[in-house]
Ligand binder design. Structure first.
Ligand code: NAP
Length: 254
């Protein structure tokens, strides 16, 4: 269906676990060189091994400019270019208003939103140089569409990514660089384990497809945005949630 992306180079942030691991694996299967980025090198190494010789690990904290610059330099020196950035790294600690400190708020915004700006900025010179680029953000339904008690900072960061994306799309279009966002619903990942007892069951009950998503559901959407064929799509979102945002009430699914 798609022209081959074989031989192109992708950076996937937050690729040692969950959705990022799924995206990195899917791009690896499609024959891309993949830089597997997370803060924990041992985890990134394990995922790179799982993908094969076209993948390699890199340890970077994408919430700071140094980490993002180092990750871009590593991709350039190992593979000679950067064609695709999947800005996926993110955290979702819970804190209700009244308990949430300014430091909690800043930490989530910096990790999820500032990192989007920093990682995009770090890959831009290489993409501009080749006049070709695909940037895929992992946003969420939480924030842009729905809310969840305890995640006001998280929701702000995920909605913020979309605001960033729309203006960035205008700036990048003349360079043949697209930027789009996948908006996952509830996807089973390691990060979910911190959400407490009963979370998964409650979510499954509110999803029309009655199951959490798989990381491959998100990876397939990311692969579409990364493809040559998606080259005229920019500044757009794709909700991948098993229909979760559709029902007005639980009884709407009866
Ligand atoms: P996860 O299983 O907890 O994995 C998070 C990944 O991000 C790990 O590889 C982690 O590795 C990395 N990471 C965290 N902070 C980082 C930093 N400062 N610098 C570099 N890497 C960092 O999470 P997930 O569920 O796959 O979520 C991935 C993305 O999808 C997030 O942006 C999240 O908001 C979004 N999302 C998830 C869901 C869901 O249902 N799971 C739904 C909607 C949106 P290290 O800790 O080793 O750095």
């Amino acid at each position: 269906m798609f022209k081959s992306l074989k031989g192109k180079t992708a950076i996937v942030t937050g690729a040692s676990k969950g959705i990022g691991r799924g995206i990195a694996g899917r791009l690896g299967e499609a024959g891309l060189n993949v830089l597997v980025v997370s803060r924990t090198i041992a985890d990134a190494e394990a995922v790179a091994r799982e993908i094969g010789p076209n993948a390699s690990p890199f340890a970077a904290d994408v919430s700071g400019p140094e980490g993002c610059a180092a990750m871009a330099e590593a991709a350039l020196s190992r593979y000679g270019g950067i064609d695709i950035l999947c800005a996926n790294a993110g955290i979702f600690p819970s804190a209700k208003l009244g308990e949430m400190t300014p430091a909690d708020f800043d930490h989530v915004i910096r990790t999820n939103l500032t990192s989007t700006f920093l990682s995009v900025s770090a890959v831009l010179p290489a993409m501009r140089n080749s006049r070709w680029g695909r940037i895929v953000l992992t946003s969420s339904i939480t924030g842009p569409i729905t809310g969840f008690a305890g995640w006001s900072h998280y929701g702000a960061s995920k909605a913020g990514q979309l605001g960033f994306m729309r203006s960035a799309a205008l700036e990048l279009a003349p360079w043949n660089i697209t930027i789009n966002a996948v908006m996952p619903g509830n996807i089973w990942t390691e990060g979910m384990e911190g959400n407490g007892d009963g979370y998964v069951e409650a979510m499954e009950a509110s999803i029309p497809m009655k199951r959490l998503g798989d990381v491959r559901d998100i990876a397939n959407a990311a692969l579409f945005f990364a493809s040559e064929e998606a080259g005229y799509v920019t500044g757009q979102t794709l909700v991948v949630d098993g229909g979760q945002v559709l029902p007005e009430t639980l009884s709407a699914m009866d």
